[in-house]
Design a protein around this ligand. Structure first.
Ligand SMILES: *Cc1c(COP(=O)(O)O)cnc(C)c1O
Length: 400
């Protein structure tokens, strides 16, 4: 890079982008989705469902648009949605949040996470997060000028988990917050009560804020229970609890999420949110309020259908020769590629369209230390059965 391009940031890798965001180029999802389109491959990369949410909820959104709900809603969100979120938390988890001041509607969980980190972390503060992590976490921490301290989830007895001693060792004098995602993307792990208690203990002892991403709260399998971190002793008062309609109601394009927490934390998040987007789209909010009240039966059926899809893809991947880590939740399954004779997931993911006509995501892109995820590739099973079956049939070619 020349001195001039250094000064202007006009190098091939960065362009005019500020330094702290340069490591986040095009997301792997855009790259892999393009690869799927260019090669005519089945896209089991990005995690979006290929079927719609509950019919009546979709109608509610359409009626809201035609009925004139098209101007700015209140900054914290439509009162009916804040009330529905509050009632839902109470009913499912026994957690009481005041819809006036303890619930904030956001533009998806993504805005909630970014706004929370921007609102609560000073430049130089440290944020602990578990790798592999959802890609927006690292970017949110960098936007805030904060520093990430990753704790690695490692495979033990067929699932990804962490060593509590490693978690404790990651906490230092500048640690401000810990970002916790359960059910966990991209591993499919649902943290047990013991694991959550280890997280809660360091939060209480080291006076940390917990930011929890619970977008897959209703998508767990085999009777595994999702336990919100805020339900553990001493945690409600220090937890920013985040969820979203996207995964629960299969409307990832609606970008309607919410934050629940004690009033001072929610007020801080809102202080930032108001200058990111001011408020969130109105028509979706009324439809999601309806769905939280009336469509949880649909969600239960969806969960069961997703569990069957998991089984379908797991069987196909096992037959193809992958080492499969059976997930307890989310849209995703992790596979160990070594039994097939491969070493590097990035290399295999690049070759998979040619070898089998399928696109998957190399897990190593979700790590600060990619070598730790080198042997894994992530497949999404939130797809129609015939798509899963066709992908499984194609992947059998890998056995040779
Ligand atoms: C999909 C996803 C999100 C984003 O949710 P939106 O509501 O679409 O912003 C956040 N976290 C995880 C772990 C996800 O998988």
């Amino acid at each position: 890079m020349s001195e001039l391009s250094e000064a202007t940031g006009a190098d091939a890798g960065g362009g005019p982008l500020v330094r702290r965001m340069r490591e986040f180029g095009t997301t792997v999802f855009a790259t892999m989705t393009k690869l799927a389109v260019d090669t005519g491959s089945i896209n089991l990369g990005q995690g979006f469902p290929d079927t719609d949410g509950p019919e009546r909820m979709l109608e509610r959104a359409a009626e809201a648009v035609r009925g004139g709900l098209n101007q700015y809603p209140p900054g914290p969100g439509l009162p009916e949605l804040r009330q529905a979120v509050s009632d839902h938390r109470k009913q499912w988890y026994g957690l009481a949040y005041d819809p006036d001041g303890e619930v904030l509607v956001t533009v998806g969980a993504t805005e909630a996470i970014s706004a929370a980190v921007l609102a609560l972390c000073e430049p130089g503060d440290e944020v602990v997060l578990f790798e592999p992590y959802y890609d927006s976490y690292a970017a949110a921490v960098s936007l805030a000028g904060a520093v990430r301290r990753p704790v690695t989830l490692r495979v033990d007895a067929g699932r990804f988990t962490f060593d509590p001693a490693e978690l404790e060792a990651a906490i230092g004098p500048r640690t401000r917050a810990i970002l916790v995602n359960s059910p966990h993307n991209p591993t499919g792990t649902v943290f047990t009560r013991e694991e959550l208690e280890a997280v809660a203990r360091v939060c209480r002892e080291r006076d940390l804020i917990a930011i929890t991403d619970e977008v897959y709260e209703h998508l767990t399998f085999d009777g595994v229970e999702h336990i919100p971190l805020a339900t553990l002793p001493g945690m409600r008062e220090r937890t920013v609890m985040i969820s979203s309609a996207g995964k629960t109601f299969s409307v990832t394009g609606w970008k309607t999420g919410w934050v629940c927490g004690p009033a001072p934390l929610v007020a801080a998040v809102q202080a930032v949110k108001q200058f990111l987007t001011f408020t969130s789209s109105a028509p979706w909010q009324t439809a999601v309020a309806y769905a939280l009240r009336e469509e949880m039966e649909w969600v239960a059926r969806q969960r069961a259908a997703l569990e069957a899809k998991r089984d379908r893809l797991v069987a196909g991947l096992e037959e193809a020769g992958f080492g499969v880590l059976r997930p307890s939740g989310t849209y995703f399954v992790q596979t160990d590629i070594r039994p097939l004779g491969f070493e590097d997931g990035l290399d295999l993911a690049g070759r998979l369209p040619g070898l089998a006509g399928v696109v998957a995501i190399p897990t190593q892109v979700f790590y600060d230390r990619p070598s730790r995820g080198r042997a894994y590739v992530r497949f999404a099973f939130c797809k129609r059965d015939e798509v899963i079956d066709e992908a499984a049939a194609r992947l059998r070619a890998l056995r040779g």
